[in-house]
Design a protein around this ligand. Structure first.
Ligand SMILES: [Zn+2]
Length: 404
């Protein structure tokens, strides 16, 4: 069994589900500490320097450059410890199967080649799957196992060229924590990659600009029998507002570089309605325009129904990392070349979401995202081909060689 596969099968058995409801502390769940401590011990045993497992379950470590590459800028490799709460993450029981074609069935979980055409290219491959009643955790323990296997390989083969490398395994990515407590000075890197993407070959360096918008509509309640000229129903204020938002910019009508305004939840009564939205766009100008439309619609409601009829609150969440990555074209060029070095065709995709890399880029650490090899993350259908786990270690080796 290859080193990366052995590591992956061990790491996924540790339940590291993060919990949104406990996001006031880091890590949100104690179980993440267990994996952090294990990785810290393994990094020390591999001879990594300055291995630190802090109170927030951040694991960081450094590897000195290979001879001759000492003057190169530091390169970071980052993955996240936690798994999503979207699917059960307790009692993961990974198994390696040979996919024979047709429906991929594990326990109660089933996915068809119609649903996932990529299955057609995987006939005869060994896949790691869960027992079908939990997620697998390839997101992002595949990333962790691949980085750890690279560290082990570099430790065993000092002749392999690489710049100074720093690794970080951070908690709570799935609940939007965004590696916010990573000490960038101590990390000591000019740039980094997150290893947190999908099928092997993916490279992501553009993501959404993102904001959360909360709308509050204030009505006025009376007995419906005595309502004439007195009652203002907040539900209808919401309806009126909603009708002013561009219907074509809903998520169900958008793809690729098209942004959206998504109505995430609505709750309320005649007296008061609260509506929550998320707003997303890769293009900063179009993003600003979407927020402007929402503000203008708010003003219109207030103009018609009174100054307190509607109130808007905008919270910026993250920004497109492209602006931070663009000054370092080698980040994209070397990643493409490393995939090709290993026989994989790079596929550059605009992320329709955010990553830890987006928030780190915003803080001044340009940070594109590499694939892990995983499929169907956040579900009981999640799986990863063994060849992709092993292939990604080769890709990372080729990548660090190019930075040396
Ligand atoms: Zn992830």
């Amino acid at each position: 069994m290859s080193d990366v596969l052995e590591r992956f099968l061990r790491y996924v058995r540790i339940d590291t589900t993060s919990r949104e409801e406990r996001s006031d502390r880091v890590p949100s769940t104690e179980e993440q500490v267990e994996l952090a401590r294990l990785l810290g011990e393994e990094l020390r045993a591999l001879g990594a320097r300055d291995v630190l497992v802090d109170d927030h379950a951040y694991v960081t470590a450094h590897l000195p450059a290979s001879p001759g590459a000492e003057a190169r800028p530091g390169l970071g490799l980052i993955a996240h410890l936690d798994t999503t709460e979207d699917a059960p993450g307790h009692g993961v029981d990974p198994r390696v199967i040979t996919y024979e074609g047709g429906d991929l069935e594990t326990g109660a979980a089933r996915i068809t080649p119609q649903q996932l055409p990529a299955l057609n290219d995987l006939v005869g491959h060994e896949l790691v799957v869960s027992a079908g009643d939990t997620l697998l955790g390839a997101d992002d323990k595949a990333g962790i196992a691949e980085i750890m296997a690279l560290v082990a390989r570099l430790a065993a083969h000092p002749e392999l060229p690489h710049p100074p490398i720093a690794v970080c395994f951070a908690p709570d990515e799935e609940i939007g924590h965004g590696a916010g407590l990573l000490d960038l000075e101590q990390f000591g890197c000019a740039y980094a990659y997150t290893v947190d993407g999908g099928p092997i070959g993916e490279l992501e360096w553009e993501c959404f600009n993102a904001a959360a918008v909360t709308m509050r509509f204030q009505g006025h309640t009376t007995h419906p029998g005595d309502a004439k000229n007195v009652m203002v129903n907040a539900v209808h204020l919401f309806e009126e507002y909603q009708a002013m938002l561009p219907a074509a910019e809903r998520p169900e009508h958008t793809e690729g570089y098209e942004g959206f305004i998504h109505t995430a939840s609505v709750s309320g009564t005649c007296e008061h309605v609260t509506a929550r939205y998320i707003v997303r766009d890769h293009d900063a100008k179009k993003f600003a325009r979407k927020l402007e439309v929402m503000r203008a619609a708010t003003s219109m409601i207030c103009l018609k129904h009174g100054a307190h009829a509607a109130e808007i609150e905008v919270e910026e969440q993250y920004r497109n990392m492209a602006d931070a990555v663009r000054p370092f074209p080698e980040l994209v060029d070397h990643a493409r070349a490393a995939y090709r070095d290993c026989g994989y065709e790079p596929r550059v995709l605009p992320v329709r979401g955010g990553t830890d890399g987006a928030q780190l880029s915003l803080r001044g650490l340009p940070c594109p995202n590499l694939s892990t090899g995983g499929f169907c993350c956040h579900s009981v259908n999640e799986f990863v081909p063994v060849s992709s786990l092993e292939g990604m270690v080769d890709v990372l080796q080729a990548l660090v060689a190019r930075f040396a």
